[in-house]
Design a binder for this molecule. Structure first.
Ligand code: AMP
Length: 290
């Protein structure tokens, strides 16, 4: 089947209605475009579990706390559509903020992102998760998917979205492991802004996560000790660290827990030149995946 590309949500809704009435299961992958292998991984997983795979491509202004980041975010709908066709997606759609929220003012449209929005990304990027929850809620209402797919790369976001889906009763959320370059750098649309030298320095993030994983697997359970291990690795490349910390993935807390953890995820955010990079690793799982 070739890809149907819709430039607005109403056209997408009409197309989806036709598929839904034929009984097909719909898998949904929300993205901001500038697609890479990480996004395509979500599409492949969705393809295995649904007859129809729908991808939204929308650089959502509501979730950007920095207007410059919004303006320069890479946009490439035509190229994205080609990649999606190759990956076997059935529908790609986009739209404007007005088309997604017709007739609504900025204050009426905000959705509470819930307790997992506290701390880390939520603290550093005010309004970010409200913006995420608001657009994801609207996208779910448009697509009404049988399953929705999110990357572990944005770990805290996956918790916020799971909560949101639980509150509204659907859809089931599938969290897909992070796709990395050969050296371990997590794929991200923003990586295009890294210089070759910055790319090398960024590998310290992966090393820091792996070092924490090794320590955890060897019996280290104290959050502060695990954080210190990560900070040591990051300091070697003089990265500007915003956080290098651990949380209990099953009991999210704004602050780092003080007690020993049986379940733990390590999370890092750094600034490197003009780029902000985030990554994570589930320390209590053998391969870092959730
Ligand atoms: P974005 O376009 O950055 O909003 O990402 C869309 C979806 O792709 C989100 O669920 C991300 O978590 C996911 N994603 C981004 N990068 C990766 C990656 N390297 N591996 C797996 N999923 C990813």
């Amino acid at each position: 089947m070739s890809l149907v590309a819709c430039k607005n949500p109403s056209a997408a809704r009409a197309q989806l209605q036709r598929w839904r009435s034929s009984g097909a299961r719909i898998g949904f992958v929300p993205t901001m475009g500038a697609l890479h292998e990480g996004h395509l991984h979500l599409v492949h997983r969705a393809r295995r579990e649904n007859e129809i795979v729908v991808v939204s491509i929308f650089v959502n202004p509501l979730q950007f706390d920095d207007p410059r980041d919004f303006e320069r975010y890479p946009r490439s709908f035509e190229n994205d559509a080609r990649l999606l066709e190759g990956a076997g997606a059935s529908l790609a759609f986009t739209g404007t903020l007005q088309e997604f929220f017709p007739g609504e003012g900025p204050s009426t449209r905000r959705i509470d992102p819930g307790p997992c929005a506290q701390g880390l990304e939520g603290a550093l990027r005010p309004g970010h998760f409200e913006g995420v929850a608001t657009i994801v809620e609207r996208l779910f209402a448009i697509v009404e998917p049988h399953h929705a797919y999110f990357g572990q790369k944005d770990f805290q976001q996956s918790l916020v979205v799971r909560d949101l889906a639980r509150r509204r009763g659907s859809p089931p959320i599938r969290v897909v492991p992070t796709v990395r370059e050969a050296g371990g750098l997590a794929l991200s649309s923003r990586n295009v802004f890294l210089s070759p030298e910055e790319r090398v320095r960024a590998l310290a993030i992966y090393r820091a996560l792996r070092a924490a994983h090794q320590a955890f697997q060897a019996g280290e359970r104290r959050p502060a000790a695990l954080s210190a291990i990560m900070l040591r690795e990051l300091a070697q490349q003089k990265l500007e660290v915003q956080y290098a910390t651990v949380r209990d993935p099953e009991q999210w807390s704004a602050e780092e827990p003080q007690h020993a953890l049986q379940h733990a995820v390590a999370l890092i955010a750094v600034r490197l030149g003009a780029v902000r990079l985030i990554d994570n690793w589930v320390l209590s799982s053998p391969d870092g995946a959730l």
